[in-house]
Structure formats: structure tokens, C-alpha cells
Design a protein around this ligand. Structure first.
Ligand SMILES: CC(C)(COP(=O)(O)OP(=O)(O)OC[C@H]1O[C@@H](n2cnc3c(N)ncnc32)[C@H](O)[C@@H]1OP(=O)(O)O)[C@@H](O)C(=O)NCCC(=O)NCCS
Length: 186
């Protein structure tokens, strides 16, 4: 798993540490119906506040592969990125044993349309390509989530199959990790 605690790019800082000041952005991410449309729906605010408290206490973005995406001038949370392992218990794999490196991303609605998700994903994948052995990366997104599929395609992921999970059709995409070596952010 990627060991970096911070990853920098032109406009962003990916950091593993969650700050008290991230609360408002985190709550907005989890409660915004548009942001959550294809990833399980908006959560109740009280539940999200409790989860944030638990994460801060456990410093749980230190859980493997989870990063806050922050603006590198204000340090304000604009989203989160995950580059972790896809559990063999979930459907949607390209290797026999599963546990592939899996990319996920969520941005605040106000941060869409500026290339921030592309920049954050490129920086994280580049850092992973520098550190980890060559391997495939997977990305799973609802087929109806056209913004996410467009981002996957821009990053160089190719769709390879579809399957049902959480009551919806999901598209499984993949890209070789080595492809992100020395890749520019923008
Ligand atoms: C999926 C998601 C992260 C995509 O965000 P996004 O901002 O569309 O993605 P990108 O970072 O690639 O930005 C691309 C847009 O920025 C524009 N852009 C502006 N400056 C740019 C730059 N310097 N570089 C690249 N793109 C730039 C592009 O033209 C494009 O605009 P368009 O969508 O109007 O055509 C976002 O919609 C989201 O958070 N959705 C909710 C969570 C979710 O569904 N996640 C998927 C789970 S796997």
C-alpha cells in the first residue's frame, strides 16, 4: 500500500491527517444529495458528525490509502481520495485472488469542473507507481455516473465489464499502474 503521508501537486495537497477544520467540508460531502447520488445516497447529518468525531479520534484517514484532498493554499478540504485494496468479498475483479489496488474519489460539488479530481488521482497514482511493483489498478463506478466514467477515461482507465452491486449496474475499469510513472498532473 502507498506509504506517503502527504502528496503534493500543482494546486493540491493530499494528506492522510484529518483536521478539526475539515468538519464542515466532510459533512457537506456526505450529506449533499448530488455528490452522493451514485455512492449510496446522502447520509443523515448527525450520523456524519458522529463518524467525523470517531475518525478524528482514531485519526482514521490513517487507515490505509485514504487521503483528504485539500487546496494547497488554504488547506481547505475539497474532497477525499482512496487508493486501497478491493476486497475479494466484493464482486468486480480482474485477478484471480482479488485485492487489487482500487481508486475512488469524491469532491465537493463546488469543486467539480476544475480538473481537481484528475489532478489528485494522477498525483496519487504517480506516487504509487514510484513506490509499488507493477500491477493493475481497478476503478468501479455506477454505469450511470457519467462524470466518474469520463474522469476514468481521461485518466486512461478502460472499461472491461459490468456487474450488479448495491442494486445498480457498476462498470469495472482498469489501468496498469506503471502507466502513471512520471505522468504530469494536468
Ligand atoms: C466524479 C467526480 C470526482 C468528477 O469530478 P470532475 O470535476 O468532473 O472531474 P475532473 O477533475 O476530471 O474535472 C474535469 C472537468 O474539469 C474541467 N477542467 C478545468 N480545468 C481543468 C484542468 N486544469 N485539468 C483537467 N480538467 C479541467 C474539464 O474541462 C472538465 O469539465 P467538464 O466536466 O465540464 O467537461 C465528481 O463528479 C464527484 O465527486 N462525484 C461524486 C462522487 C462520485 O460519484 N465518485 C465516484 C465514485 S468512484
Amino acid at each position: 500500500m502507498l506509504s506517503a503521508t502527504e502528496i503534493s501537486s500543482e494546486r493540491l495537497l493530499l494528506r492522510k491527517t484529518l483536521h478539526d477544520a475539515d468538519r464542515e467540508g466532510f459533512v457537506e460531502l456526505m450529506t449533499d444529495p448530488e455528490v452522493q447520488k451514485y455512492i449510496g445516497g446522502p447520509r443523515p447529518r448527525s450520523e456524519v458528525e458522529q463518524r467525523f468525531d470517531a475518525l478524528i479520534t482514531a485519526n482514521a484517514t490513517s487507515s490505509p490509502g485514504n487521503y483528504v484532498i485539500a487546496d494547497n493554499t488554504t488547506n481547505q478540504l475539497i474532497g477525499t481520495l482512496m487508493l486501497a485494496r478491493r476486497s475479494a468479498d466484493n464482486p468486480g475483479h480482474i485477478t484471480q485472488d482479488g485485492e487489487e489496488l482500487e481508486l475512488g474519489y469524491v469532491l465537493r460539488r463546488s469543486a467539480w469542473g476544475a480538473g481537481f479530481a484528475f489532478e489528485a488521482a494522477t498525483a496519487a497514482l504517480r506516487a504509487a507507481a514510484d513506490e509499488l511493483p507493477a500491477q493493475p489498478v481497478v476503478l468501479v463506478t455506477q454505469t450511470a455516473n457519467t462524470r466518474s466514467l469520463a474522469l476514468a477515461a481521461r485518466l486512461g482507465f478502460r472499461p472491461i465489464s459490468t456487474f450488479e452491486e448495491y442494486g445498480a449496474e457498476q462498470t469495472l475499469c482498469t489501468a496498469p499502474l506503471f502507466m502513471f510513472r512520471n505522468r504530469a498532473d494536468t
